[in-house]
Structures are given as C-alpha cells and as structure tokens.
Ligand binder design. Structure first.
Ligand code: SF4
Ligand code: SF4
Length: 478
C-alpha cells in the first residue's frame, strides 16, 4: 500500500468516526419513556418518487384487475387454503402438487436472498404490498385530508375540539372504507371473485361467514395502515429482520456518501469552508423518511430503501450547486474506495443456484400430470382362489383429475398377463375431483410363480396413457 492510499484510508476512518453512534441506543419510533413516537414524514417529491408512483400504479392495477380475469371459467390465480385449491396462471394445483409449491417457494426465497445480497432492500421500498399500500395509497390520502407533515403535527398537538373530531372521524371513515375495498379484493384471491360477488348479491345473512372474514381482514388492514404503519416493517416483517445477515459491505443499498459529505456543517454563505463536506446538515433526508431514521448514520434495519431521502438530498444538492448523489444507491465498500460496482463471486454463485432452481421448477411444471393415480392393495386381504383356479387380489385405485373435464379411465396390466375387473359400473373421474374404486386383478396360477409379483398398471384415457401405477400382487407361498 502506498503512502497516498494510507493517507486516504486514514481520512476515511476519521470521517467514519465523525458519525455519532448514539443512534444505536434508541429506535426512532420509541421515545425516551418507551412510548410510540408517531412519525410525520414530509411529502416526498422528485424523480425517484415519480417512478415509484408509476410502478405502484402498475402493481395496484394488477392487484385490482387480476381477480376478474378468468381462464376457461376459472380464476387466473386462487389461493384457497381452506378448500385446498390453488390456481396459478390458470393451472390447478392439488395437495399432491405440494412439492411443486415447495420448490416454487424455495426458488422465490433464493431469488429474494440473491436480490437482497446484490440490491439490498429495494424490494421493500419499491414492490412490497405493505409499502405500496402504506406510502402510495394511505399516506397520499392522509396528505390529501390532513395536509403535509407540519399540518399533521399541528393537528395532533391541538386540543380536542369539533374541528379535530371531524378531521379524525373523516380520516378513520375513509381509511376503513379503503381497507374494506382492499379486503374484498384480498378475499377474492382466497375464495374467488365469484364467491365475493355472491355474498354481495345474496346479502350478508346468506353468507355471514364470508362477511365476518371480510370484516376481520378490513379491521386488520385498518389497524395496520391507520396506527401500526412502519412498525410492520421494523418489528414484524421477518424479511426486514434478516437484513443483518443478508447485507454486507458489498450490497447495494440506499447509502450516504460519508467520504464526500463529512464533516457536515451548516452552509455559510459568507465564507467558503474548504474543510467542510458536502452535507449541509439540513435534515431534509431525515424529514421525508417514513421510518424516521437518519441515513447518514449508515445502513440500518429500519431503512426500507424507499429512496425518498435520495430525492430530498438531490434537490438540496441542486439548490447549492453541488453534484447529486450524496445519498444514492451504492455499496459501503464502493463509497469507501470511491469505485464502481462490479460482478463478484457471490453474485455469480447465487445466480447459478437461482437458474438451476428455475429450470427445475419449469421441468416440474411442464412434466406435471393431469391425472394422479395411486393403487393400494385392500387392507387385511392377501389373495383369493377363484372357482376357475385363478388367483385374485383386491386393490383400490385413487384417482385425482386435475383437469376441467371428466375423464373415462381404463386400466391395463402392462407387464403380466391377467385380467382387471372394476367393481362398479365404470371408472370416470369428474372434472377437478377425486375418485376411488376397488378392482380385482386375476391371474393364472402359472403367472404367479413368486409370492410377490410386481404389477405395472397402465392408466389410460382411450389410447392415451396417462400414468403407470405400481402395485404388488400376492400369491400363494409355494
Ligand atoms: S433512509 Fe431513505 S431509503 Fe431508507 S427508509 Fe428512510 S427515506 Fe427511505
Ligand atoms: S439532505 Fe443531504 S445535505 Fe441535507 S442533511 Fe441529508 S445528506 Fe445532508
């Protein structure tokens, strides 16, 4: 390491030391008495906020439109946990397909981890439903009803009078109404829009269970967006709590360039202080923060990467003729060493794992069967000797039809000679349903040379083979 590098690193260390670490002893949303410190973030504005608004409008349009979209008479997406019915992109998934869900979930988690390692919590600020609804729906309504941060503070501080009661009642009513609308759509993802519409047309008394669920969801949403707010991200969200292990100095996060900004100080027009950094300590970045933190203290658990502080600081930099980007999306390491982000081994490894998982998931989805068949021997039965001398075993077949049409099934023995006798009229599995039927397999004694014979039973729809079920035929010991 040469001397100029050593000096540079000493300067960086000195600038790091300039940052007061006392913020680590407290949480911005809890006051000294341990009570909730309600935040009144200033209305953000700027280039990134405009992009975030556009992205949010797209998400909201998708959220409110999807429940109406149907594919072959079924919703495009359905997550009916109680009815154990799941539809993804119009494809019905059954409890038998649970492993595909598990792989899908694993892929999603690895994707989130990979994304977080590289781009930090940008998901939280730009795509998380909690942030979208809080910042782009309820916060905007709040600004519209109660005004910007200063007016909201004044309203909170004023004694209760008719004006304050009217303001609070209006806000509560509007928040509950919006929560109710969101709850209707949320419920439609669980039980289908047709069920929600049925409740609306048939009335509450005929669908009181659905209505109670709806009121429950509405009340939870109202509580979260009216009162709980940023606490959902700070205290409850497990993804937020994981940031400490996912992020490191190479992760891209919303970060303050302390090398450029420190030592901070108020802007003095009369003198040009060459020792002073670019941060003029105006606190504009702190005032817009929806989680109440000062990003100049470094990456913190509360930061949801909403980028509001970037817009605020860029506007300040413009006004004092300094370059934008004192707060920007960058890694701590890049800021310390004044360099651009580059590909690293960790990004490569996570990307490779993600690609493998996506390929595997794709294979599972493509190779997913329309009909699942399970053949089991009837419990407590061994074998029977028929009057014609043949040996028979009683089996039971369970069929799950995942398609939207009835399927007539025929069974064929694939690897041995013998006969299959269905007990009952025929094997037709109704659309999207299960069917179970007992049947006999009868084989000539000459075919049953061993005590156990492996049977391959072909499950056919006409000439089309749907699956091969495996079973064991039990014969006499000699
Ligand atoms: S520090 Fe900046 S990016 Fe992080 S939550 Fe606050 S305003 Fe958003
Ligand atoms: S907005 Fe920029 S200049 Fe103002 S306090 Fe924050 S970092 Fe410093």
């Amino acid at each position: 390491m040469n001397t100029s590098n050593e000096i540079y690193h000493e300067i960086v260390e000195v600038k790091k030391d300039l940052i007061d670490q006392s913020f680590r002893d407290s949480v911005a949303t809890i006051d000294k008495k341990g009570k909730r410190n309600f935040l009144f973030p200033k209305k953000p504005k700027g280039k990134l906020y405009r992009w975030r608004t556009i992205a949010s409008l797209v998400y909201l349009a998708i959220f409110f439109t999807l429940p109406f979209v149907k594919y072959k008479g079924q919703p495009l997406f359905l997550f009916n946990v109680i009815g154990r019915k799941f539809i993804l992109f119009g494809q019905i998934f059954w409890p038998q397909d649970f492993f595909i869900f598990a792989i899908g979930l694993l892929t999603f988690m690895v994707f989130i981890i990979l994304f977080t390692v590289v781009f930090g919590r940008v998901f939280c600020g730009w795509a998380c439903p909690q942030t979208i609804f809080m910042e782009m729906v309820f916060r905007k309504i709040e600004f519209w009803l109660d005004g910007d941060a200063q007016k909201q503070r004044q309203l909170k501080a004023m004694p209760w009078n008719a004006y304050k009661v009217r303001k609070r009642a209006t806000k509560m009513a509007v928040f509950y109404l919006v929560s109710f609308v969101i709850a209707n759509f949320f419920l439609s993802y669980l039980i289908g829009m047709s069920e929600v519409e049925k409740m609306i047309t048939e009335g509450i008394s005929a669908n009181y269970r659905t209505f109670i669920t709806l009121i429950g969801f509405s009340t939870v949403f109202f509580f979260v967006y009216y009162w709980f707010r940023e606490q959902a991200c700070i205290v409850v969200c497990p993804y937020g709590r994981l940031q400490g292990v996912l992020l490191d100095k190479k992760s891209m996060v919303v970060a303050y360039d302390f090398v450029r900004g420190e030592p901070r100080g108020k802007l003095k027009k009369a003198t040009i202080n060459t020792d002073q950094g670019d941060c003029i300590d105006c606190l504009a970045c702190v005032r817009v923060c929806p989680t109440g933190i000062d990003i100049r203290n470094g990456t913190q658990l509360e930061c949801v990467n909403c980028t509001a502080c970037i817009d605020a600081c860029d506007a300040i930099m413009d006004s004092i003729n300094k370059p934008q980007g004192l707060i920007r999306v960058d890694s701590e390491e890049n800021i310390e060493h004044e360099r651009k982000n580059k590909f690293n081994w960790r990004l490569g490894a996570y990307s490779a794992i993600l690609l493998l998982l996506i390929a595997f998931l794709g294979y599972l989805l493509v190779s997913r069967k329309d009909v699942d068949a399970t053949v089991l021997r009837a419990p407590g039965q061994i074998f029977q000797v028929q009057p014609d001398g043949r040996i028979s075993n009683l089996f039971s077949i369970k069929l799950a039809n995942k398609t939207r049409k009835s399927i007539p099934i025929t069974l064929k023995l694939e690897n041995v000679k013998g006969e299959i006798n269905i007990i009952g009229s025929n094997l037709t599995v109704g659309a999207e349903s299960y069917f179970q039927s007992p049947f006999f397999v009868k084989m000539d004694k000459s075919q049953v040379a061993q005590r156990k014979t492996k049977l391959m039973i072909g499950v056919y729809e006409g000439d089309k083979k749907l699956e091969t079920a495996v079973a064991t035929f039990i014969g006499p010991a000699d």
